[in-house]
Design a binder for this molecule. Structure first.
Ligand code: NAP
Length: 282
């Protein structure tokens, strides 16, 4: 039996057990999947427990994606590039680290017929996930990338950490006027803040910036709960194409299961069925 887990803090809200259950049950895999709260600083204790319990692999969410690096025996090339690991496979007591977040997002766009190449991308927020996505966008030859953040220094640091990019890079504040200005040229607008997330007490003050986007622009919210944030609903009302965070969540889970099972999965087929299965419980 495949023994899996997800760790993080907080972890109660995580939909990973549900998503992996939908994927693995379609593949007829006998599995267990536990959700474990691991506080910052307690990774070593968890790893000892996981190895002893015969856990085959675990997914990682906040705040361990960087801290895990020093505990690994092998770090995949992509994960080294992102300096972030969200998937650990355990074999013969050795830990192998991977990152499926970035490819998960890019696959989710691809499944909507959108490619990153030559696109102008505007990201709101500069947290852990943006650090990874930014590198992936540069690698996928985005035309330009602009990160706007409440704490401008964090956006600046992400941009400065990227060297030798063909992509034109910019950062700025999250003021209404800056967002509006940057929306004028954006092909893809991504919300990577928790504004609008279920259980989070914060929302965009207004959505007038959406009026500045081109009619063919895409509005992508990394949030998956609720499935339709106010941002996406306002974008839809303006006739813009939208994408929520569910596709990313599912694709990064499928990619992680490919690693645990050491096999290729028909991603699009499993994705479609997973979405269907989730409709009843989400
Ligand atoms: P994080 O590291 O905690 O970063 C949060 C970002 O949001 C920071 O840039 C922060 O700005 C900004 N922010 C927080 N509260 C804000 C507010 N009230 N007003 C304006 N900005 C605010 O989080 P993360 O891991 O990058 O995740 C970001 C989002 O992506 C979350 O909503 C998360 O649920 C989602 N996500 C989705 C998936 C998926 O599979 N769909 C995967 C990963 C993450 P400061 O720097 O100023 O604090």
């Amino acid at each position: 039996m495949l023994k899996l887990a997800v760790i993080g803090d907080p972890i109660e809200h995580s939909m990973s057990p549900l998503v992996h259950s939908c994927v693995l049950s379609q593949l007829d895999i006998e599995y267990s999947y536990e959700k474990t709260r691991v506080e910052k600083g307690n990774l070593k204790e968890y790893i000892d427990y996981a190895v002893k319990k015969g856990i085959n692999g675990f997914n990682i969410t906040m705040p361990h994606k960087i801290d895990i690096l020093e505990h690994l025996d092998y770090i995949d090339k992509e994960a080294q590039y992102y300096a972030s690991v969200n998937t650990v496979s355990i074999k013969d007591g050795k830990l192998y680290g991977y990152n499926t977040d970035a490819l998960g997002y890019i696959e989710s766009l691809k499944s909507c017929g959108v490619s990153i190449k030559d696109k102008n991308i505007l990201i709101l927020g500069a947290g852990g996930v943006v650090r990874t996505l930014t590198k992936a966008f540069v690698k996928s030859n985005a035309k330009s990338l602009c990160i706007l953040n409440r704490t401008i220094k964090t956006a600046q640091k992400i941009i400065e950490d990227i060297s030798k990019a063909k992509t034109s890079l910019e950062f700025g504040d999250l003021s209404d006027s800056t967002i509006k200005d940057k929306c004028k040229t954006a092909d893809i607008l991504i919300n990577a803040t928790p504004l609008g997330m279920s259980g989070y007490d914060g929302e965009f003050q207004n959505f007038d910036f959406l009026d500045y986007l081109k009619p063919e622009s895409i509005v992508s919210d990394l949030i998956y709960n609720p499935p339709k944030t106010r941002l996406l609903s306002e974008a839809e009302n303006r006739g813009l194409k939208t994408l929520n965070g569910m596709r990313m969540l599912i694709f990064q889970a499928i990619l992680a299961d490919e690693i645990y099972l050491d096999t290729k999965i028909d991603r699009e087929k499993i994705y479609k069925k997973t979405i269907e299965l989730l409709k009843n419980s989400y």
